[in-house]
Design a protein around this ligand. Structure first.
Ligand code: NAP
Length: 349
């Protein structure tokens, strides 16, 4: 969905008479929206500015909790990121007029959805529009890790590149490999399609339900332990929910091949990070590529940064310019639709 489609969608809903003025700012007659950082993409902000009074955290950084709590009192909508915890305390402070929370992310583990539902607060998110960008980054991270690109570049820059050598900077290849996908939804499938073009031997997946799309991709559903045991590459694309929290623990890493590459672009908390560090230090698995960690940002003294067999990226899965613009437009469109009692383009139910 692009800017024009989204804007058309919202304005046509308004024209259809779905406007509800009850919770508007009394002095301006406009809705009040709080935005949790100053550097949100302009295209989404432009949509909002036409219809709402906007209050924004003044810095291009995560709003400090105390400031957040102070600022949301009396607003009709909150435009947030995955770094802003939306819990009962925030909802209480915001007040009963709060109508919608819209996060510029597809992951929503930072939002107390049950509590929002209980209070009739709508929640918007950004599925689909970031799928391709995140799948591309997952492939980039996989290859960067398996082909040791950061280590190789550092070596080339610092004089370690002495001559071509047969065993120099070698790593596992994708051709003929078995790839295990943990989570086989929008992003998992988009990754699997890309992985397949590398002429892999098998794609296995683990999720709670059978996916019809798996047939077309040629992916086979297996149990978690079988996936761990069989896969040369394990790629995590499942959401963070209570059942997936730290599913990659000591026991899981011990079930994996010693030659396995582990890639996580979902959420850091799916991994017991100490168990991963132990597995990498002791060569229980071959290497890991992480776009997500616990906490974020990862402290500079984390052992993960010292390990040659680990690549850490600063949570940039969806970071293409177009994707971030579209995400911001969808976040804004969700807010406008909810404020006008119209159907939200992407509502979490
Ligand atoms: P999605 O379409 O909802 O797919 C999620 C998949 O995980 C589904 O296959 C689902 O299948 C499976 N799943 C859910 N609960 C599970 C469980 N308890 N055990 C095993 N599998 C489970 O979501 P998506 O759009 O692909 O996004 C996936 C996640 O990627 C997001 O939640 C977000 O955290 C992360 N993400 C990260 C970035 C980044 O920048 N690194 C960017 C975008 C998204 P079943 O329901 O059948 O189990």
């Amino acid at each position: 969905m692009n800017y024009k489609t989204l804007f058309g969608y919202v304005t046509s809903s308004v024209r259809k008479g779905l406007v509800n003025n009850l919770s508007r700012n009394m002095s301006t007659g406009r809705f009040r929206v709080y935005i949790t950082r100053s550097d949100m993409p302009e295209s989404g902000l432009d949509l909002l500015k036409k219809k709402c009074d906007i209050k924004t955290w003044k810095e291009a950084s995560t709003v400090p909790r105390e400031e957040f709590l102070k600022s949301v009192a009396g607003v009709d909508a909150i435009y947030c990121t995955l770094s802003d915890k939306i819990d009962q305390e925030v909802l209480n402070v915001a007040g009963p007029q709060l109508k919608v929370i819209s996060t510029i992310s597809v992951g929503y583990d930072h939002i107390d959805l049950t509590e929002c539902k209980k209070r009739g607060i709508k929640v918007g998110y950004t599925p689909n529009v970031l799928t391709d960008a995140t799948a591309e980054l997952t492939m980039a991270l996989l290859l960067t890790t398996s082909r040791r690109l950061p280590e190789a570049q550092l070596d080339a820059k610092t004089g370690g590149w002495v001559s071509w050598a047969p065993n120099y900077m070698t790593g596992p290849g994708l051709k003929g490999a078995t790839v295990g996908m943990v989570g086989f939804g929008r992003i998992g499938q988009a990754v699997a399609k890309r992985v397949k073009s590398f002429e892999t031997a098998r794609i296995l997946y683990f999720s709670r339900s059978e996916r019809a799309e798996a047939n077309e991709i040629g992916a086979i559903k297996v149990e978690f332990d079988e996936l761990l045991k069989e896969s040369d590459f394990v790629i995590v694309c499942a959401p963070l929910v209570p059942e997936t929290k730290e599913m990659f623990n000591k026991s899981a890493f011990e079930k994996m091949k010693r030659s396995a590459v582990f890639v996580n672009t979902s959420r850091g908390a799916l991994v017991d990070q100490n168990a991963l560090i132990y597995a990498l230090e002791n060569k229980i698995i071959w290497g890991a590529g992480l776009d997500v960690t616990t906490p974020e940002p990862l402290p500079l003294d984390s052992p993960l940064f010292k390990l040659k067999n680990c690549v850490v990226l600063p949570h940039i899965g969806s970071a293409t310019i177009d994707t971030r613009n579209t995400m911001s437009e969808l976040t804004a469109a969700n807010i406008l639709a909810a404020l006008h009692n119209a159907k939200m383009p992407a509502e979490l139910k």
